[in-house]
Ligand binder design. Structure first.
Ligand code: TXA
Ligand code: MG
Length: 326
């Protein structure tokens, strides 16, 4: 994939690429997406191939206007309009009953479709210029770190045919919050860039679907996900009780470095303890550890309030990949 500056001309070229059945990675406020024409099953198949993603995992359709929402999904719960009014464009994905026009490969055969209006001028321009909803998962190999900069996409998907629109660093930095819309209520499928405290003002108390199955409703529900290539381990109890090899390891702290060890590399998510800043930095710091080739990443737990819940969800899943239970 070739990185192009996200100027008007390149956005038009990228839209043409998508309309021709090709792939284009583009920035959103959450993470970079790997986009294809969401109404073209063959084009969408290329996304699964590029990501090496199992086809039982459905994709989000990205839209730029409410007319398109009505073409692809049914709204049978009036509170959806309140959610849209308040949170779109933004980091909220709604899973709604689908309409026939949506290809089965997008929904993985489910009777529902996930839809989101991203809050990023490049994404919105791109979608408007294609005139179709854009199917886009995060632009990473399946199960690996999500990309929050164009170069992260090139690192994992460099060999794939297509374009990468470079719109700088994503401001939210973690994926959208996903909720399943039922006729009478809502269920939480994935914690993300919109904290559920804000959502619950409209939806009422959100219960999380917790079952982990062969065919999870959202891959964010798989036991591991969002993983760097190196083991992630939580600092638990006093670090001297753990077999820490600081010289070769990295450490990721929330707000400050207690400087107890000589880690090869130390990173801080937010010196002021701001969850928004921490979320925006999370994946880029983990990508940096990969580039520095540390052999382990020790991470400090964050308080699980507000966006801290979504950040801890990503870190916990990352820690599962290499069998660490902590
Ligand atoms: O912020 C985001 O959501 C980013 C940007 C690019 O928009 N996208 C993203 O896509 O994170 P992806 O594919 O990495 O995660 C989408 C999640 C998956 O866990 C998928 O299973 C779930 O959405 N999903 C999609 N369609 C669904 C459906 N019909 N029912 C339940 N879950 C669905
Ligand atoms: Mg993803």
């Amino acid at each position: 994939m070739q990185i192009l500056e996200a100027n008007n001309k390149n956005i038009l070229d990228a839209a043409a690429e998508i309309n021709n059945g090709g792939l284009c990675a583009f920035p959103t406020e959450t993470v970079y997406g790997l986009g294809a024409n969401g109404l073209d099953a063959e084009a969408v198949a290329k996304i699964f191939e590029a990501k090496e993603r199992p086809t039982f995992n459905p994709l989000i359709l990205h839209i730029a206007d409410i007319d398109t929402l009505n073409q692809i999904a049914k709204i049978e719960n009036d509170k959806v309009y309140e959610l849209i009014e308040k949170f779109w464009p933004g980091p909220l994905t709604l899973v709604l009953p689908r309409k026939e026009i949506v290809p089965g490969i997008v929904t993985a055969g489910n009777p529902t479709v996930a839809v989101r209006m991203p809050n990023h001028p490049v994404a919105l321009e791109l979608i408007k210029n294609t005139g179709v909803p854009i199917a886009a998962p995060s632009a990473n190999k399946f199960g690996m770190l999500s990309p929050t900069e164009a170069k992260h996409v090139a690192k994992q998907l460099g060999k794939v045919e297509g374009l990468i629109l470079d719109g700088g660093k994503c401001t939210v930095g973690i994926e959208s919050t996903i909720i399943h819309v039922e006729q009478k209520g809502f269920k939480l499928l994935r914690h993300g860039g919109l904290s559920i405290n804000e959502l619950e003002i409209i939806t009422g108390k959100l219960e999380k679907k917790t079952e982990i199955s062969e065919r999870p409703i959202a891959p964010g529900m798989l036991a591991y996900h969002y993983s760097p290539k190196i083991p992630v381990i939580f600092f638990d109890g006093h670090p001297t009780n753990m077999k820490i090899l600081p010289d070769e390891s990295g450490a990721l702290y929330f707000r400050n470095d207690p400087s107890e060890y000589n880690f090869k590399s130390v990173k801080i998510l937010s010196e002021t303890g701001n969850f928004y800043e921490a979320a925006a930095n999370l994946f880029s710091k983990l990508h940096q550890f990969e580039e520095e080739e540390v052999n382990r990443i020790y991470v400090e737990r964050l308080p699980e309030t507000g966006l801290g819940v979504a950040i801890m969800d990503r870190l916990t899943k990352a820690s599962k990949k290499f069998g660490s239970t902590k």
